[in-house]
Design a protein around this ligand. Structure first.
Ligand SMILES: *Cc1c(COP(=O)(O)O)cnc(C)c1O
Length: 469
């Protein structure tokens, strides 16, 4: 691009902009480096012809003020934490992009206590000798699931890789074609098998597999009979799967263990929430799996960890393997897991204390009532041409669980008058605190199931600020 000859002459210096009142003011609560960085970037953009330049002398002061306001707001944004709170008004309870499960207060408290103090992480306080970090949750997992032994790693993907590497390196793993799953974020069972150094022995077809397919495939080279919970999709129609219980006689006869990657790791009956039953960890072990793997931050409602539970001799092999060190769970997640599991063990109704279960358990009537009150408070802050309506809809479990079944909810649907819903959605995402919601049929859709009641005022304020921009 060709710039006019006197282009550079009119550009204010970095010093001039820093001295302007709005920039000076932001320096009181914003680090100097952020203000300098944004000032330099703006000046450079003007030099490059990417920012308009005012050339009339009589308009200069007002222009410098405007630039300083811009710098102040960008510097503030730059200085803010990158990882920040989001108000989740999407109604997706376990949203992977928004951090999956929220922790229970007891888990947060225990985690903070372990973070702020030295702890007996790997110390046996009875003997004074080195202890194992896995001991802090081992008995809890065993009590809750009926497993003989358990270990914890940093997520379920690591749990699967660890098991495959340790139990099946250079050997065959038998898996039904209907269970060749891809989880979001490029976790694909065939690739994971390759990475773990085992040979995938696919059997059956996409929709059907029979016990005889497993029986025919088992050989001297078979290390595992693998089952993967098809958590994020369903094959419906003319289908047949083989359960862990069906596989048990074959496993006994051949001496090949059954491993079941459960994904969600549910400990309670989801039927109580009006959702189709997910296999629980305890049922899966009782029905015949030798070893199960599951996530801590899906339906369990705890921190990001992966749990391996099952036969003691198999868990022992994992404990002795080098790879375990690379997947080691950190003390904060371990603390949060211990507290979360204790809620399941010690309280009558864990679903009243574990946030994700709490949200799943909200009745559609109680959400309808909140939606009504909320829309009334919104009425006062939205422009006159914006229309609001309560509408029935569906909340989602998320994190790939119960993909085809939502929970009935009441949505606050907002028609945004002369503004585009997509533009408003973008502005809400860029607002602080950020607000995530759904857009459908040209309307904003708010599902209060995933909004903490104490965040409703902040949500109203964000909508009001964005609507009246
Ligand atoms: C979610 C899931 C995983 C991966 O678990 P992360 O907690 O994301 O590491 C693996 N297998 C199945 C079946 C899953 O649903």
């Amino acid at each position: 691009m060709s710039l006019p000859k006197d282009h550079y002459r009119h550009i204010p210096s970095v010093g001039t902009l820093i001295a302007a009142a709005p920039t000076r003011d932001v320096l009181a609560h914003c680090p100097r480096w952020a203000v300098l960085q944004e000032t330099r970037a703006l000046v450079q953009a003007m030099r490059d012809g990417e920012e308009p330049i005012v050339t009339k002398d009589e308009d200069k002061d007002a222009w410098h003020q405007r630039l300083a306001v811009q710098i102040a707001s960008r510097a503030q944004e730059t200085a803010n934490y990158s990882l920040s709170r989001v108000i989740n008004a999407t109604g997706v309870v376990l949203h992977t992009n928004m951090g999956r499960a929220l922790l229970a207060p007891a888990a947060i408290e225990h985690m903070a206590n372990v973070a702020a103090n030295y702890s007996n992480l790997e110390l046996d306080l009875q003997t004074g000798e080195r202890g194992s970090r896995y001991e802090h949750v081992r008995q809890l997992v065993c009590d809750l699931t009926g497993a003989q032994d358990a270990i914890v790693v940093n997520n379920n993907a690591a749990a699967v890789v660890l098991c495959l590497s340790v139990f099946a390196k250079d050997r065959d793993v038998i898996l039904a074609r209907g269970e060749l799953v891809e989880i979001g974020g490029s976790f694909r069972i065939p690739e994971i098998m390759e990475l773990s150094g085992c040979r995938l022995r696919e059997i059956g077809t996409t929709n059907r597999v029979h016990l005889r397919d497993y029986e025919t495939a088992v050989s001297e080279d078979t290390a595992l009979l693998l089952k993967v919970h098809t958590s994020n999709y369903r094959v419906i129609g003319f289908t047949k799967t083989v359960s862990a219980a069906d596989l048990r006689p074959l496993a006994d006869e051949s001496g090949v263990p059954i491993m079941y990657d459960l994904g969600a790791g549910c400990l309670v009956d989801l039927g109580a929430f009006g959702l189709p039953a997910e296999p629980t960890v305890q049922e899966s072990l009782a029905s015949g799996a030798d070893i199960v793997t599951f996530s801590g931050d899906k339906l369990l409602g705890g921190p990001q960890v992966g749990v391996v539970a099952g036969r003691a001799d198999l868990i022992d092999k994992l404990k002795k393997h080098q790879l375990l060190r690379a997947f080691r769970v950190d003390k904060l997640c371990l603390a949060a897991l211990e507290a979360t599991l204790r809620i399941y063990r010690d309280t009558q109704a864990p679903s009243t204390e574990i946030p994700c279960l709490q949200m799943l358990g909200l009745s559609s009537e109680s959400i309808a009532e909140r939606a009504k009150k909320f829309s009334e408070s919104l009425r006062g802050v939205l422009p006159g041409d914006w229309q609001m309506q309560l509408r029935s809809g569906q909340s989602q479990v998320g994190a790939g669980s119960s993909p085809e079944n939502g929970l009935p909810t009441t949505l606050v649907a907002i028609a945004t008058g002369s503004s585009q819903a997509a533009t408003v959605e973008t502005a809400l995402r860029r607002h602080r605190p950020a607000v995530m919601l759904r857009v459908g049929g040209g309307e904003l859709l708010i599902d209060l199931r995933t909004v903490d009641p104490k965040d409703e005022d902040a949500l109203t304020a964000a909508l009001g600020a964005v609507a009246n921009q």
